[in-house]
Design a protein around this ligand. Structure first.
Ligand code: ATP
Length: 267
C-alpha cells in the first residue's frame, strides 16, 4: 500500500546545507523541531517548553517546504514519513482511517520520526457540508492519535505544509501553533540557491551567480532547479554536435557557462 513513503534518515539526501536561503526559518526549526527530537531531555523540565505538537510551513509552490522537512528529518536522525494525501483520500477511501492509524503506529515504532503532511489543507482543511463520513472519521482519528503523541512525550513530530494556510480550520491550527512562511527567495537568496543546486556540477569558475540571480526575478527554488537542468543540456548537445562533425570521441563535456543559462532564459 503506497499511501506513504518511509525513508530512513541514512537514506535522506537533503541536509540544511542543501537548502539555499531560508536562514531564519532554518534557525527557528532547529530549536523547535530538531533539538526536541535529538535531545528530549532538555525539554522535559518545567512547563514552558512542553511537547510540541507540530509545525506548519506555508508558502507558494516550489519554495522548498518538502526539502526543508526532509532536511529536518536528516538533521534530527529521524525517519521521514511522507503521507501521500491524494492516495490516502482516493484509492483507499474506505480504509483511510485504518491507514492513518498505521502511519502513527509506524511513527511510534520508528521514533524519532517526522510525519510530513503535504497539502494539509486538502486533508485537514475546513469541513465541507458534503463531506463524506469516512473523511470526517479519518480527520478525527488523525487528531486523536496526534494528541496521543503529545501527551506521551513520543519523539514524533508532525510537519505540515500548505500553499493555502487560510483554508485550515481551527482544530488543525490549534495543533500547529507555530507557523513559518517559506516565501519566494529574494535576489541574494536566489544566488545562494543557485550555488547550492550547482555545488557538485561542472561549472565554469567565471559563472556570475549574482548576475544570474538578478535575471531570475520571481523564480522559486524549483524554477531555478529547472533552469539549471535545461542549461545542463547545452554542453551535452555541443559534445554530440562535435562528435557528429567528426571530432574525436574522447572529448569531455565542457563546463556549464553563463551563456547556457542566458539561452534558457531567453527561450
Ligand atoms: P510544493 O508546495 O509544490 O509541494 P515545495 O515548497 O514543497 O513545493 P519542494 O518540493 O521542496 O517545494 O521544491 C522542489 C525542488 O526545488 C527541491 O527538490 C529542490 O531541488 C528545489 N528547491 C526549492 N527550494 C529550494 C531551496 N530553498 N534551496 C535549494 N533547492 C530548492
Amino acid at each position: 500500500i503506497i499511501a506513504c513513503d518511509v525513508v530512513n534518515p541514512d537514506h535522506i539526501d537533503a541536509t540544511f546545507e542543501s537548502i539555499g536561503g531560508l536562514d531564519g526559518v532554518k534557525q527557528s526549526l532547529h530549536e523547535l523541531v530538531i533539538l526536541p527530537l535529538q535531545r528530549p531531555d532538555l525539554f522535559a523540565h518545567g512547563k514552558l517548553l512542553g511537547p510540541q505538537k507540530g509545525v506548519l510551513l506555508y508558502g507558494p509552490p516550489g519554495t522548498g517546504k518538502t526539502l526543508l522537512a526532509k532536511a529536518i528529518a536528516k538533521e534530527s536522525g529521524a525517519s521521514f514519513i511522507n503521507v501521500k494525501i491524494s492516495t490516502l483520500m482516493s484509492k483507499w477511501f474506505g480504509d483511510a482511517q485504518k491507514l492513518v492509524t498505521a502511519v502513527f503506529t509506524l511513527a511510534y515504532k520508528l521514533q524519532p520520526a517526522i510525519i510530513f503532511v503535504d497539502e494539509v489543507d486538502s486533508f485537514l482543511g475546513q469541513r465541507r457540508a458534503t463531506e463524506h463520513e469516512a473523511v470526517t472519521n479519518m480527520k478525527t482519528e488523525f487528531m486523536a492519535l496526534w494528541d496521543g503523541f503529545t501527551t506521551d512525550h513520543a519523539r514524533v513530530m508532525v510537519l505540515a505544509a500548505t500553499n493555502r494556510p487560510w483554508e485550515l480550520d481551527e482544530a488543525i491550527l490549534r495543533r500547529l501553533p507555530r507557523a513559518f512562511e517559506v516565501g519566494m527567495p529574494n535576489e541574494k537568496e536566489r544566488a545562494h540557491i543557485l550555488r547550492v543546486i550547482l555545488k557538485d556540477e561542472n561549472v565554469d569558475p567565471d559563472l556570475d551567480y549574482d548576475k544570474l540571480a538578478a535575471l531570475c526575478d520571481n523564480y522559486s527554488g524549483s524554477d531555478l532547479k529547472e533552469i539549471c537542468r535545461q542549461a545542463a543540456l547545452f554542453p551535452i548537445r555541443d559534445l554530440l554536435e562535435q562528435e557528429k562533425n567528426g571530432g574525436d570521441n574522447s572529448q569531455n563535456l565542457r563546463p556549464l557557462q553563463q551563456s547556457d543559462f542566458e539561452k534558457v532564459m531567453e527561450s
